[in-house]
Design a protein around this ligand. Structure first.
Ligand SMILES: Cc1cc2nc3c(=O)[nH]c(=O)nc-3n(C[C@H](O)[C@H](O)[C@H](O)COP(=O)(O)OP(=O)(O)OC[C@H]3O[C@@H](n4cnc5c(N)ncnc54)[C@H](O)[C@@H]3O)c2cc1C
Length: 442
């Protein structure tokens, strides 16, 4: 009922907009102050701030769920996060306070040092070997940050042949963090282009969807609304969905992921300013996928991180043991960058087999039972994400994130990709949502 009223209203006001005879403000009883495109963390945070200011806000979301790249699946009473999992840098992460104080939820700090790397010969790396590889990576990162440029790739800095340990460390600690191959990452940003994250990382066992629900409270959200055109007029904005619904408002916050913008899935009229077009073209969108396997019993070594330095470099190189958190023997495996994009094209069974083969390689003498439950993602193929998170690609600069965020008449952009301080993270999305609301209210 309300939906029909709003669409009807939008159509009526759109006529006024086009003819220029009557401004939207002439019909205050129907007025939507602000439209927010996307009900992920950035969109919901922005909506909440605008609502707190007394604005009438409508959130349009393409999926049949809210949360975007926060996606929690519930299995036998447990929450499994298939998008973001960790609150990074909890010492200065504002969401840590939201989770632990406002929502009174428990968090589990993960220990980066609790890890076993199974080498090519099937034997775990020794402590010295691990330290040597880490020291080499630290030195490489420093050299890249100091002397690398935004116009060259990280792989161009690798002038000497790499040892297999060095190659594995680069895959597990750089390519996986950024979701992109070394050949695509800007040489001066091997660990990303945001601020350093301090205080360690924490999981939220009850599921990050509770955070999403917290920020969604009180917001009017329309699901299944795939926006494909956004018009920016001096009098306001007009949005058209693929189903032909039209919505109008005085202002708009667009939070669709960078990947969606890169594929031009939304038409902007007039054309976006050059600085934004450049930012969209040059910033990169990485891919990180997950597979979550539950087993009848635990066959792996007791460790937080199981690292797989196998012959097929980049194939499921990292696993995290979620048994303690889920209460059943559970491993979450990660695959990123080119390997993830290739694997996403295969059927589920082939993806499962490739993951199990890597676990069998790590433990050739142990019996690996068939998993009792399997979950997997394909974030690169997801039409409403088109990737997992943004990264500093060759040719991009941090200033481009600010260019993307910059207000464009009645429109602002938010989302992790516009955050110059915390890109690719939850707190980046959250902070960008607050900033977008402030910009729209200014
Ligand atoms: C596998 C994975 C692991 C991650 N791990 C972590 C982690 O551990 N810690 C961390 O801090 N961050 C992590 N991230 C990143 C984090 O999830 C994102 O930075 C954050 O959720 C982005 O929020 P957002 O609001 O910017 O975008 P989104 O959550 O993507 O919200 C954008 C919304 O726009 C909607 N949309 C898209 N197109 C349209 C359209 N045409 N019309 C209408 N709506 C549309 C989408 O459906 C979506 O709901 C991870 C991401 C992934 C994918």
């Amino acid at each position: 009922m309300r939906r029909r009223t709003l669409i009807g209203t939008a159509l009526a006001t759109s006529v006024a907009l086009l003819s220029g005879r009557r401004s939207i403000a002439a019909r205050p009883e129907h007025q939507i102050d602000a439209l927010v495109i996307g009900a992920g963390l950035a969109g919901l945070t922005c909506a909440q701030r605008l609502i707190a200011d007394g604005q009438r806000v409508l959130v349009l979301e393409a999926r049949q769920r809210i949360g975007g790249r926060i996606w929690t699946e519930r299995r036998q009473g447990s929450a499994i996060d298939l998008g973001a999992s960790w609150l990074h840098g909890v010492a200065s992460n504002p969401l840590h306070r939201v989770v632990t104080q406002d929502l009174q939820l428990a968090v589990i700090h993960t220990d980066e040092q609790s890890r076993i790397t199974i080498g090519l010969n099937g034997q775990p790396w020794s402590a010295e070997r691990t330290e040597r590889a880490e020291a080499w990576l630290d030195a490489f990162v420093r050299r890249a940050e100091d002397s690398g440029s935004t116009d060259q790739s990280l792989s161009r800095l690798l002038t000497k042949p790499l040892s297999s340990d060095q190659r594995f460390t680069l895959i597990a600690d750089v390519e996986h963090e950024l979701g992109a191959p070394l050949s695509a990452i800007a040489a001066n940003a091997p660990l990303g282009d945001g601020q350093e994250l301090v205080g360690g990382d924490a999981l939220v066992p009850d599921g990050l969807d509770l955070v999403v629900q917290y920020f969604a409270r009180g917001a009017e959200i329309r699901l299944g609304q795939v926006v494909h055109k956004i018009e920016n007029h001096p009098q306001g904005v007009r949005v058209t969905t693929t189903a032909g619904a039209v919505f109008e408002a005085r202002r708009l916050c667009c939070t669709v992921p960078l990947g969606v913008l890169k594929r031009n899935l939304i038409r902007f009229e007039p054309r976006l300013p050059n600085a934004k077009v450049r930012a969209i073209e040059h910033l990169g969108m990485g891919v990180l996928d997950k597979i979550v396997l539950q087993f009848p019993e635990r066959f792996w070594d007791p460790t937080t991180w199981l690292r797989n330095d196998g012959p097929e470099a980049g194939l499921w190189p990292e696993w995290v043991d979620l048994t303690g958190m889920i209460g059943r023997p559970t491993l979450m495996g990660f695959i990123a960058a080119t390997q993830a994009q290739q694997l996403e094209r295969l059927p589920d069974q082939a993806i499962l087999t490739s993951a199990l083969n890597q676990l069998k390689r790590c433990y050739p003498k142990r019996v690996i039972p068939a998993p009792t439950d399997v979950l997997m993602t394909r974030w690169g193929q997801d039409p409403f994400a088109c990737g997992s998170y943004s990264f500093p690609a060759v040719g991009s600069t941090p200033g481009m994130r600010a260019d993307l965020a910059q207000r464009w008449d009645a429109i602002v952009f938010a989302g992790e990709a516009v955050s110059a301080t915390h890109p690719a993270t939850l707190q980046g999305a959250y902070l960008s949502g607050i900033q977008a609301a402030q910009a729209l209210l200014a």
